[in-house]
Design a protein around this ligand. Structure first.
Ligand code: DAH
Length: 346
C-alpha cells in the first residue's frame, strides 16, 4: 500500500493541466467519493495495526497534497482577464479588515450611554479588593454565606475560620465600587460602575466564574423609592424599547432596604409568554433598593440628611437575549468567527 501511495504522490507532484476538463478529471480521479484516495482510505481498514501509524500519516499527506494541488491548478486556470486585474496597479487595494467590538463591550457602552444621558458619571474600582469594601462596609454579617470560600476567590485569608476586613479577594460584585465612591466623594453622588466580577462557579452554558456587572448609585437629600422606580423605568424603555413594562418584586440584599428585583416584560414575546421567559412574560434583569443607613454611616455619609438608591445588573444575560446567544462561554473564548458577527455604533 505504501508503494501505491508513493506512486500517487509522485504522479500528483508532476501533474499539470491545460483545461478545465483536465482539472475536472484530476478531481474525479483523485478527490471524488469514488476516487483513488477514497479507495485507499477504504483499504486502510485492512492494514495491520502495526503499520497503521506510518501508512495513516502518508495517506493523510496524500489527501492534503491532492487538495492543495487542485486549488493551485484551479488558480492557474483563471481567465487571463482575472490575471491582468491582479496585476493592475491602479486598482483600489484590498479592503482593510477592521476589527469589531466585543458584544459585552457593546452592551456595556449602551448601558453607560443611557445613564449618562440622565446625569450619571462612570466610576471604576479594583478587581482585587479587600473584604472591607466587598462585604463588611456593605453590611454583610460576619457569617454571611457570600463570604464563604465556596463562592469567593480568596487571594489571602488571615484566618481559616473567620473572615477579616483585611482579607484580600477577587470582588464578587461591583457594589464594592459604591463604597469607594462614597468614601471619596460628597453627595450629591450619581454614578454607575461597570466592571468584571468573579465567583467560584462551575463553568457551563449559563454560568461562568468571570462575568460583568454594572452598579448604579444615587445619593442626595430626599432621594426616594419613586426616584429609583422612575430611573429604572427610563433605563428599561431606552434599553428594551418604548413599550417595555417593568415590575418590582420584594427581595433582600444586606446593603439595601427596602430591596427589590426588577423584571422587564419579555423582550422576545412582549409579555405573551415564550420559552425564553419560561411562559411567565417577564425577565429578571437587576437587583435594587434604598441604600441601607448602615452602609451610608460606614462610609461617613450622614444618614439623617441623605438617602439614596442603588442597583446592580449583569451584562452577559441581557447580551445573550439581545444577540440570541445560547452559550455564555462564547463570550470568553474570543473566537473571531463569533466576534466578527457584531457591529456597533458604540
Ligand atoms: N450586588 C448584587 C449582586 O451581585 C446586585 C445588586 C443588588 C446591587 C441590589 C445593588 C443593589 O446595588 O441595590 O447580586
Amino acid at each position: 500500500m505504501l508503494d501505491k501511495i508513493n506512486a500517487l504522490l509522485a504522479e500528483i507532484n508532476d501533474l499539470s493541466v491545460n483545461s478545465h476538463e483536465e482539472l475536472e478529471s484530476f478531481r474525479l480521479k483523485f478527490l471524488s467519493k469514488k476516487g483513488l484516495i477514497s479507495d485507499l482510505f477504504e483499504d486502510f481498514k485492512n492494514v495491520p495495526p502495526s503499520d497503521k501509524k506510518e501508512i495513516g500519516q502518508k495517506l493523510n499527506l496524500l489527501k492534503q497534497l491532492a487538495a492543495e494541488k487542485y486549488n493551485f491548478l484551479k488558480l492557474q486556470l483563471q481567465p487571463s482577464d482575472d490575471k491582468s486585474l491582479v496585476n493592475d496597479l491602479t486598482r483600489p487595494s484590498v479592503p482593510y479588515n477592521t476589527g469589531s467590538r466585543h458584544p459585552i463591550s457593546i452592551m456595556r457602552n449602551e448601558i453607560i450611554s443611557i445613564f449618562e444621558r440622565i446625569g450619571f458619571t462612570v466610576s471604576e474600582g479594583p478587581e482585587i479588593e479587600d473584604d472591607d469594601h466587598v462585604f463588611t462596609k456593605l453590611n454583610f454579617a460576619p457569617e454571611h454565606p457570600a463570604r464563604d470560600m465556596q463562592d469567593t476567590f480568596y487571594i489571602s485569608r488571615l484566618s481559616a475560620e473567620d473572615s477579616s476586613p483585611d482579607d484580600i479577594l477577587l470582588r464578587t460584585h461591583t457594589s464594592s465600587v459604591q463604597v469607594r465612591v462614597m468614601q471619596n466623594q460628597k453627595p450629591p453622588i450619581r454614578t454607575i460602575s461597570p466592571g468584571r466580577v468573579f465567583r467560584n462557579e462551575a463553568i457551563s452554558a449559563r454560568a461562568h466564574c468571570i462575568f460583568h456587572q454594572v452598579e448604579g448609585l444615587y445619593i442626595d437629600e430626599n432621594v426616594s423609592f419613586a426616584d429609583l422606580k422612575q430611573t429604572l423605568m427610563f433605563f428599561a424603555r431606552e434599553m428594551y424599547g418604548k413599550k417595555t413594562e417593568i415590575r418590582l418584586r420584594p427581595s433582600y440584599f444586606p446593603f439595601t432596604g427596602p430591596s427589590a428585583e426588577m423584571d422587564v416584560s419579555c423582550t422576545i414575546c412582549g409579555g405573551k409568554g415564550c420559552n425564553v421567559c419560561k411562559h411567565t412574560g417577564w425577565l429578571e434583569v437587576l437587583g435594587c433598593g434604598m441604600v441601607h443607613p448602615a452602609v451610608l454611616e460606614a462610609c461617613n455619609i450622614d444618614s439623617r440628611k441623605y438617602t439614596g438608591f442603588a442597583f446592580g445588573m449583569g451584562i452577559e444575560r441581557p447580551a445573550m437575549l439581545k444577540y440570541q446567544v445560547n452559550d455564555l462561554r462564547l463570550y470568553f473564548e474570543n473566537d473571531v468567527r463569533f466576534l466578527d458577527q457584531f457591529r456597533s455604533a458604540f
